[in-house]
Design a protein around this ligand. Structure first.
Ligand code: CTP
Ligand code: MG
Length: 167
């Protein structure tokens, strides 16, 4: 596959992950996945920003988008990849929050790069494991694009009152 094809494929594979990550924000409050539990450091495992409701919304949206991509490309596997990308995205997002809590960062406090790419790393990992045609150069270029777009979308979500902070 040529580089442009690889970037396009990585983009298609990551769309459900981006939608998952973006749609979780629609959940304003819900039941925290860590059930309010704290670790040895006295800090929350994940914090109030990771909820079961957000996870459910994210997985639903990722699956729907995966289904749309499957229909549009007539490649049924894209539905599976969509769900897996959404699941991986949310696992990566939780891993990011886990790291932030261990660093003593409050919910919503910024941790550059981790905030923007934790979901990409999680989605990429599950897609790789599932044998999706995700190339390393495509992944790097799409990550760079997401890093760039993240600022703009989060600012918009903040202005719309969906996010408390503009990052
Ligand atoms: N969200 C959710 N459930 C998830 C993921 C996200 O309900 N599994 C919602 C929360 O309302 C969260 C918002 O989406 O506040 C934005 O997500 P994110 O930026 O990842 O969380 P933060 O609030 O910034 O918390 P953290 O410091 O843990 O990243
Ligand atoms: Mg955040």
């Amino acid at each position: 596959m040529d580089l442009l094809g690889e970037v396009w494929e990585a983009f298609l594979l990551m769309i459900p992950a981006m939608v998952a990550n973006g749609s979780a924000v629609l959940v304003r409050r819900g039941t925290p996945i860590d059930l309010g539990k704290k670790l040895w450091d006295g800090r929350r495992v994940l914090g109030d920003g990771k909820t079961f409701e957000g996870l459910l919304v994210a997985l639903s949206f990722a699956s729907i988008i995966g289904g749309v991509l499957a229909a549009a490309t007539e490649e049924a596997l894209r539905l599976v990849y969509g769900f897996l990308a959404g699941l991986g995205a949310m696992l990566g997002d939780m891993a990011g929050s886990f790291i932030k809590r261990r660093l003593n960062l409050a919910r919503g406090a910024p941790l550059p790069v981790v905030d923007q790419l934790d979901f990409v790393a999680g989605a990429a990992l599950l897609l790789f494991l599932a044998g999706a045609p995700l190339g390393i150069y495509g992944l790097i270029l799409v990550s760079a694009l997401i890093l760039f777009l993240h600022r703009a979308t989060n600012l918009a979500a903040h202005r719309l009152g969906l996010k408390d902070v503009p990052w």
